[in-house]
Design a binder for this molecule. Sequence first.
Ligand SMILES: [Zn+2]
Length: 281
Amino acid sequence: MKIAIFADIHGKILLPFKMVDAYQKQYGEKIDLILQCGDIGAFPNIENLDKATIKHAKRDEQELGFSKQFLYINRDIEQFLDKLDIDMVCVRGNHEDHDFLDEKEAKNTNSRYPIDCYHRVYVCKSGVFQTFYADGEDFDFMGIGRIGDRKQRNDKRFIQDYERREIKRALDQGQKIDILISHDISSEMTSPGFGMDELRPVLNQLKPFAHFFGHTGQPYKVEIDENNQTFSVKIKELEFDVSGNLPEGCMFIVDKVNGVIEGDPVSIDFLCQFNKHTWLL
Ligand SMILES: [Zn+2]
């Protein structure tokens, strides 16, 4: 079973699907699932954009991809996604319309819920065990969305009490997971005052094979977590640079075969075929 991992797509919802399609064609290997580490840019209503997104959207219309391409059905996109037949499962970041996501989350009793008109983009409920089946393997993961906060603020960018309760419940159950995805980095891995405290107990007790996160703006990096077991992987934000190219480490492939997990970023040569000005054409 193969899983493609991205982070911080900021409205370029279609891009990971296009990259996965190209990967399958180029390497002749099937991808079964896309995981996305938050800042989806899920803004159905342009009036509800947060300040940072308004600033970015003025420079780059692609930030508005959710409302333009994933809110109402576009037949070409629908056909493409139907043929591709892969779901993208995300965690919330800090840049989302959280009221919109709250409404979707409250209506759905499953561990993850669809947010788009094609039912291809899902968001994980934070701290809830997720399982995905493909190729006769099962793959267990958990998503923890939003960002951490040290100042007891509770606006919706920050992790909420009901999510902390879910995490505690999961820790009490102690089920093993293959992968943890979050938007934020674990607190002790970043500057004082930043990061998320809630990730450390999950890493220490559930000991996932790998933890993927985005958000910090730091380069792609793999290191061994302080639990001495988990590969901690900073996925590079899916953002085009000034020359219109994608950065190293913005797409990572995880492979699970007979219970054994391996992973690598895709090559720079592969990324070169996607350019800011041409990918959407
Ligand atoms: Zn973020």
